[in-house]
Design a protein around this ligand. Structure first.
Ligand code: NAD
Length: 402
C-alpha cells in the first residue's frame, strides 16, 4: 500500500498532512510512504527529516499520484476550490484520498471526485463519538484556532491582558467575551485566562456552563430558552431568527463592556448566526477587537469580511479563515496524528480495507466506486438515496484498480 503525501497547493496553506515522526506508524501497518518534495517545509519539516524517518521523497506530483493507493492531504478539492482542480487530472480510479473536503459546504466537489472513481474520506464527517476522538480533525484544528485567536486579539489590543500593579499605578485587566464555547471557544477562554484577562463566555448549549466555569471564566446568564439547543453529536441546532434577535439584544451590553470579543458560534453545514450587529460594534470602546472565527461561514459579526481586517468606529474586526495554518508545526502534528489513526482504521494486512459496518468508516466515507455515498451529501446534491449496508452485511474489500 503506497501512501502519498502531497504538497498543499491552497494559497498560504502551511500545514502538511503527515509529519516525519508519524512515518513509522504508517510503515508499521504496511504502508510505503512517499512525500512530495518540499511538502513539509512551511511547517518546519525538511525533506531530509522525512527521508531519515523512512519516507521516499518524490519531486513529480503526477508520478506521486500515479503510484499511490492512498493520498493524504490537508485540503482536498472541496477546501481548495481553485488550485485543487489541478489534482482532478492526476487522480485515478480506485485512489483513496483522505483529507478535509468541506463536504456539506461544497458537495459538488465530492461529486467531481466520485465521477473520477476516487474514494474520498472527508474528515469533517468523522462522527462525534468517543472512539473517533483521536481522528477528529475539526476538534484538533479548533483547538489551535481558539488559542491563536486570543493571541491575535492580544497582539492588536492597545492594552495588556493581565492586571498590573506597578509603581506607575494599577492597570485593569482586559475583559474578554467568548461567544460559542465549543472546542475553539473553550480553548480561547483557557488561553485568555492564562494571559490574565477577565473572561466571560456564552453558549446556547446549556451543558457548556459548567465547562466555562471550570476554566475560571464567568458564564453570562441570559433569559433565553435553550433547553433543546443541542442536536446530535453535541453540536448546536439551528434556532429561529426570533431567538437570535433576542440573543443579540441581550448580549449587546456584554459586548459593549468587553475589550475583546471572540466569536465561534457555528451550526454544522449552515450559515453562522449573526450575533453581534453593527450597532453592537459601535457600542464598543475604540481600540476594542473582535476575532470572528465563524468568518468562513458568513461570520457571527455583521461587519466581518473573511480574511480582511475591518475597522468600524475604532473597533477592529478580524475574520481569519485559516488560523491553524499560522501554527503550522503543531497543527500538522495534530492533523497527522488524526489521519494516521484513521488510516490504521481502514487498513488490514497492509492493504486498504473499508469495513462499512464500522460507523466511523461508513460515516466518513463521502464517495466510493463512482458514487457519492454519504446520505447527507446525496440529499444536498438532489441524488436519490442509495441502499445502505445493513448491520451484518459483509465488509467491503477495497480493490484499488489503476
Ligand atoms: P461548532 O464549531 O459547531 O460550534 C461552536 C460552538 O458554538 C458550539 O459550542 C455551539 O453550541 C455554539 N453555538 C452555536 N450557536 C450559538 C449561538 N447562537 N450562541 C452561542 N453559541 C452558539 O462546535 P464544536 O466546537 O466543534 O463542538 C461542539 C461540542 O461537540 C463540543 O463542545 C463537545 O461537547 C462536542 N464534541 C464531541 C466530540 C466527541 O465526542 N468525539 C468531539 C468534539 C466535540
Amino acid at each position: 500500500m503506497i501512501i502519498a503525501v502531497t504538497r498543499e497547493t491552497f494559497p498560504g496553506e502551511r500545514r502538511v498532512a503527515l509529519v516525519p515522526a508519524l512515518v513509522a506508524a504508517l510503515k508499521k501497518i504496511g504502508g510505503e510512504v512517499r512525500v512530495e518534495a518540499g511538502a513539509g517545509v512551511a511547517a518546519g519539516f525538511t525533506d531530509d527529516a522525512y527521508r531519515t524517518a523512512g519516507a521516499e521523497i518524490v519531486a513529480d506530483r503526477r508520478q506521486l499520484f500515479d503510484t499511490a493507493d492512498v493520498v493524504l492531504q490537508v485540503r482536498t478539492l472541496g477546501t481548495n476550490l481553485a488550485a485543487g482542480r489541478g489534482d482532478l487530472d492526476l487522480v485515478h480510479e480506485g485512489l483513496i484520498i483522505i483529507g478535509t473536503a468541506d463536504p456539506l459546504g461544497n458537495p459538488h466537489s465530492t461529486k467531481e471526485l466520485a465521477d473520477r472513481g476516487v474514494t474520498l474520506f472527508a474528515m469533517e464527517l468523522i462522527p462525534r463519538i468517543t472512539r473517533a476522538q483521536s481522528m477528529d480533525v475539526l476538534s484538533s484544528m479548533a483547538t489551535i484556532a481558539g488559542y491563536k485567536a486570543v493571541l491575535l486579539a492580544a497582539n492588536h489590543l492597545p492594552k495588556m491582558f493581565p492586571m498590573m500593579m506597578t509603581a506607575a499605578g494599577t492597570l485593569k485587566p482586559a475583559k474578554v467575551f467568548v461567544i460559542g464555547a465549543g472546542v475553539a471557544g473553550l480553548q480561547a477562554i483557557a488561553s485568555a485566562k492564562r494571559l490574565g484577562a477577565v473572561v466571560q463566555g456564552y453558549d446556547v448549549r446549556p451543558a457548556v456552563k459548567e465547562q466555562v466555569e471550570s476554566l475560571g471564566a464567568k458564564f453570562v446568564a441570559m433569559p433565553l430558552a435553550t433547553g433543546d439547543a443541542e442536536g446530535a453529536g453535541g453540536y448546536a441546532k439551528q434556532l429561529d431568527e426570533e431567538f437570535y434577535r433576542r440573543q443579540r439584544e441581550l448580549m449587546a451590553q456584554t459586548v459593549a463592556a468587553s475589550d475583546v470579543c471572540i466569536t465561534t458560534a457555528a451550526i454544522p453545514g449552515k450559515k453562522s448566526p449573526v450575533l453581534v450587529t453593527a450597532d453592537a460594534v459601535r457600542g464598543m470602546a475604540p481600540g476594542s477587537v473582535i476575532v470572528d472565527l465563524a468568518a468562513e461561514r458568513g461570520g457571527n459579526c455583521e461587519l466581518t469580511r473573511p480574511d480582511e481586517t475591518v475597522v468600524e468606529n475604532g473597533v477592529t474586526i478580524f475574520g481569519p479563515t485559516n488560523l491553524p495554518s499560522e501554527v503550522p508545526n503543531h497543527a500538522s502534528q495534530m492533523y497527522a496524528k488524526n489521519l494516521t489513526n484513521f488510516v490504521a482504521l481502514v487498513t488490514r494486512d497492509g492493504k486498504p480495507h473499508l469495513n462499512l459496518e464500522d460507523q466511523v468508516v461508513r460515516e466518513t466515507l463521502a464517495t466510493h466506486r463512482g458514487e457519492v455515498v454519504n446520505p447527507r451529501l446525496r440529499e444536498l446534491l438532489n441524488l436519490p438515496p442509495l441502499a445502505t449496508p445493513q448491520p451484518g452485511s459483509p465488509p467491503v474489500d477495497h480493490l484499488a484498480s489503476k
